[in-house]
Design a protein around this ligand. Sequence first.
Ligand code: PLP
Length: 399
Amino acid sequence: MSPARPEPASAASPRLSIKADQFTESVIREMTRLALKHNAVNLSQGFPDFPAPAEIKRAAQEAIAADVNQYAITWGAKKFRDAIAQNFERTQGVSVDPEREITVCCGSTEAMISSMLGIINPGDEVVVFEPFYENYGPDAILSGAKPRFVKLRPPDWSFDPDELAAAFGPATKAIILNTPNNPTGKVFERSEFECIRDLCVRWNAFAVTDEIYEHMVYDGARHISMATIDGMRERTITINALSKTYSVTGWRVGWAIAPPDVSSSIRKVHDFLTVGAAAPLQEAGAVALHSPPEYYATLAREYTARRDRLLEILTGAGFRCFKPRGAYYIMTDISAFGFPDDVTFAKYLVTDIGVAAVPGSSFYRDPAEGRTHLRFTFCKTEKTFQAAAERLAKLRPAK
Ligand SMILES: Cc1ncc(COP(=O)(O)O)c(C=O)c1O
């Protein structure tokens, strides 16, 4: 007779991940769930409520009909990687080898975490501008990096070069950049890049740049890729995606461009995280990336009009707005409404007024720093703006 197996010591659940314990669910995505629950106009999460281009949708349908239904090459279908390389050369003048320098991932979200996991070692630090797109916090925790935050200060969201220099040191592995920037709408200038470049070179650090809003620039602002700055081509990981430019956030197709040795590390992580991005959608992505120049000009023009429309609505309702030069968000100051903090105000807005926005604290390490801010997105139709305007008209700034 075999011996009886020992009983477990206690009926409590096994211990959960210490890493996962250090961050909460996404506040941005929680606001979308609240918007649905309260039937509110959703100006929180950055996804367009208008259709994606017909030609790109047709290309995806045709790829499925033609049975492009099995795994693509793990680092991306050749046709799509070729299109990414041609697109980068056309828009930024940077030539990259699609065979060795591109990894296609499940959205830029996966491109970012695969890149971080591909370069970070225990004890490494990453410099992050604050306010930051909320994913970068958990990305740092999951990859084991210690974040060093550097402030972008309103109204123009500039940084202090001395503060930035003080954040770099022998433990710095990378700086994470996002330009055009979510949530501030800042578009980094060449002189700022050169200042960052000098520090990356001095401390032998990477720049990981999230350029997902590259085509959403306004008032003559120009998007510059960090990889074009002298001395940065070899130490930059450029992250991008189909999500925002082609209004297909649900497709989950993005990529990382990096020198061959860095790409080989990213590719390994990516392979074991997800194997690959949806094969038929990569076929459609190749079509998307060959869109004519007018497509991008129209996109920027239409987003300028949407930005101006939302600025008018929010200003009319009593918000102080920081006018964005890029991306598709408006950061606001809510001090005039007299609420104790951003989360209380955001909850009141969604439940009593019927409009969802993102509390500013979700973009800061210390929630107190975002307590006077709320972020609204303008990737929406006129119908949505109209509904938001009607509801926000009920708001009253405190006397
Ligand atoms: C700065 C930034 N990076 C990445 C993402 C997510 O991109 P993707 O849908 O390609 O994963 C977003 C979405 O809002 C974003 O604002």
